[in-house]
Design a protein around this ligand. Structure first.
Ligand code: MEV
Length: 317
């Protein structure tokens, strides 16, 4: 039997992270330059009659039964089986390969879930529709991140840029002019759930201050959406940089993110900010497309450990 393979992209949050957990809007875009591939092949004659999971980039190679009950991969598999009203998985080998760095704000956990859920539902003869993939991936995200907004699994499932408000239908948006982002990794691993719970702590200690920050970010996202759709990159860039300053006030930036953001701006970026949970991970710089390579090299020279360049094609391109 041939292997079933499904892939899912990564993502960056263009604007609005953290505030999106508090019902404010955010914009996210898929990143196809990093992705996860899940391949499943039946192994009816496998030794010990056991399904094996192989995921080299998270150093995982074990029998499914050896994963703890709450392991996100095990939970994803059980949720797919439950949805299909199956009580067991035919013995198989599940391989998950990802080029996305983990704990870096690029959606590696949601990308893994989406690729796995798609591949497994197909392997079991009933390919899930996007809505079903998204719903299961959201349940798995709760294990990874505690109280996620759902933006990561949604942008990765649909693989389209979107304007998102928690618990509301998302709106797919296309830029009026091609958007080019240089994504630079600080190399500092950061846990989204830790950052989200620290923001919650800050909110509980000083509700007025955090509510004001969330509202200001919400307003910036609405203005970023207009600039994105109208192709006004100057105004979009300013909005992204202002968003970074509000995230600094929220306490989710770090020295290296600030250094890379300031440096990108000094080198001519139209705007720059951290992206995702923060406290490490990746930053993004909005640039003119013909300046992306130079910006990527400059950010590497300033201490970024890796860079990706992604283009979001304009409407009609
Ligand atoms: C993570 O990509 C974005 C956060 O806002 C968390 C979430 O929305 O679930 C930090």
């Amino acid at each position: 039997m041939p292997a079933i393979s499904c892939s899912a992209p990564g993502k960056v949050i263009l604007c609005g992270e953290h505030a999106v957990v508090y019902q404010k809007p955010a914009i996210a875009v898929p990143v196809f330059e990093g992705s996860t591939k899940c391949s499943i092949v039946a192994k009816p004659t496998a030794p010990h009659d056991e399904t094996i999971i192989i995921a080299p980039n998270i150093a995982l190679k074990c029998y499914l039964s050896c994963l703890v009950e709450k392991h996100p991969i095990r939970v994803a598999i059980n949720l797919v089986l439950k949805k299909l009203q199956l009580d067991h998985l035919p013995v198989c080998e599940i391989r998950i390969n990802s080029t996305l760095p983990t704990a870096a704000g690029l959606g590696s956990s949601a990308s893994t879930s989406v690729a796995l859920i798609r591949a497994l539902s197909t392997f079991l003869g009933s390919s899930f529709a996007d809505e079903e993939v998204n719903q299961v991936a959201f349940e798995v995200e709760k294990i990874h991140h505690g109280t996620p907004s759902g933006i990561d699994n949604t942008v990765i499932t649909y693989a389209k840029s979107l304007f998102y408000i928690k618990d509301q239908p998302c709106e797919f948006i296309l830029p009026g002019k091609q958007v080019t982002l240089v994504i630079a990794d600080t190399g500092i691993k950061s846990s989204t759930s830790k950052a989200v719970s620290e923001v919650l702590l800050g909110y509980q200690e000083n509700q007025d201050r955090f509510e004001a920050l969330f509202n200001q970010i919400g307003d910036l996202v609405v203005s970023a959406k207009k600039s994105f759709i109208n192709g006004d990159q100057i105004s979009l860039g300013k909005t992204l940089t202002e968003n970074h300053m509000l995230l600094q006030k929220m306490g989710v930036s770090c020295d290296k993110l600030d250094v890379l953001v300031d440096f990108a701006l000094s080198q001519g970026a139209l705007g720059a900010k951290l992206s995702g949970g923060g406290q490490g991970g990746n930053m993004i710089a909005l640039v003119k497309s013909d300046e992306a390579d130079i910006m990527a090299s400059a950010l590497l020279s300033k201490g970024a450990v890796n860079t990706l360049i992604t283009h979001i094609p304009a409407k009609g391109q």
